[in-house]
Ligand binder design. Structure first.
Ligand code: ZN
Ligand code: ZN
Length: 65
């Protein structure tokens, strides 16, 4: 499947979906909460994820130098 090669954003909160999206007709949501108009924490989860990646990245850069 080439599903994850395409960039997908939630039609509700606009977060980039890097996991299995929730489909509602032609709309794509990050989770069931979002498809029902409920605020969700998917965006926060992604930010935390990026922070951890940045931390690891800077550490490996330091190791290389
Ligand atoms: Zn959403
Ligand atoms: Zn969500």
């Amino acid at each position: 499947m080439t599903w994850y090669d395409e960039m997908t954003w939630c039609d509700g909160c606009g977060v980039e979906i890097t996991w299995g999206p929730v489909l509602d007709g032609e709309r794509i949501y990050c989770c069931r909460d979002c498809s029902q108009g409920i605020l969700c924490a998917c965006g926060e989860r992604m930010e935390i994820d990026e922070d951890q990646r940045l931390g690891k990245g800077s550490h490996s850069l330091v190791d290389q130098f």
